[in-house]
Design a protein around this ligand. Structure first.
Ligand SMILES: *Cc1c(COP(=O)(O)O)cnc(C)c1O
Length: 237
């Protein structure tokens, strides 16, 4: 059983997020149903994740392989599972076949390994291309100028299916400052989706607890939310 204070707070948080997303979606000519809310579930235990799924959360994402594996069996099969964290090539074999989509593909080497393992396991793994939109040294991901070329290459890799783009923009002092990064991402997304005539580019994953409303205004159709749903984590990952 979940503690009532936790579930009550979750209910309030989720209602607030829905309202905010509906408003932001409207500003960008869309509606709430056009946006996927993925719950970022690091440090959240399986019972609480399952509670969230019962309340309507349809997508969950973990960002560490070990933590994902430790909770995976206990988490309801009703939710779509994504991997959203930094993935090392040698861990690919542990999660392929267990997650529906890997959001954080930051190199061609990683894409090739996901393809290879997927073929061995007889599956096709959906992926997003991670973009380092702020050009930060400390972050992984493709530079914006490299993304088209990277996707061209990935189209030739069997066992993967490129479904879109994801980003974690630089941390900004003022929340409005992140807008320019989200705008740039949206431009890149549209350019790739429309001009390059790829079949399956449809997901733009950006926006977290502090800035998901701006990300949706700028065109995100998937947001990844942890703290604003479940409360503050005990430690940072
Ligand atoms: C933790 C995490 C999130 C969510 O972060 P919050 O600020 O808690 O909403 C989103 N994306 C990734 C990749 C994460 O690791």
């Amino acid at each position: 059983m979940m503690e009532k204070s936790l579930t009550d707070r979750f209910d309030l948080n989720y209602a607030e997020i829905k309202k905010n997303i509906a408003e932001s979606a409207k500003k960008s000519g869309r509606k709430y149903e056009d946006i996927v809310v993925l719950a970022a579930t690091k440090t959240v235990d399986a019972d609480f994740i399952n509670y969230a799924i019962e309340q309507g959360i349809g997508y969950v994402g973990e960002n560490r392989v070990q933590e994902f594996l430790s909770k995976n069996d206990a988490v309801s099969q009703k939710a779509h599972r994504h991997f959203i964290g930094h993935l090392q090539t040698n861990k690919v074999k542990d999660i392929v076949g267990k997650v529906e989509l890997i959001q954080s593909v930051h190199s061609l080497k990683l894409a090739r390994e996901i393809g290879k393992v997927s073929i061995n396991k007889g599956v096709v793994t959906d992926i997003l291309v991670e973009v380092n939109i702020g050009g930060e040294e400390s972050k992984s991901g493709f530079d914006p100028e490299q993304v088209c070329e990277a996707i061209d290459q990935m189209q030739g890799i069997k066992g993967i299916n490129v479904k879109g783009l994801m980003t974690i923009p630089p941390i900004c002092d003022k929340k409005e400052d992140s807008r320019k990064y989200f705008d740039e991402m949206y431009k890149l997304f549209i350019e790739i989706r429309d001009k390059k005539l790829y079949n399956n580019i449809e997901i733009l994953s950006m926006g977290m607890s502090d800035d998901y409303d701006i990300a949706v205004e700028c065109g995100a159709n998937m947001v990844r939310i942890g703290t604003a749903l479940f409360g503050a984590r005990n430690y940072n990952l």
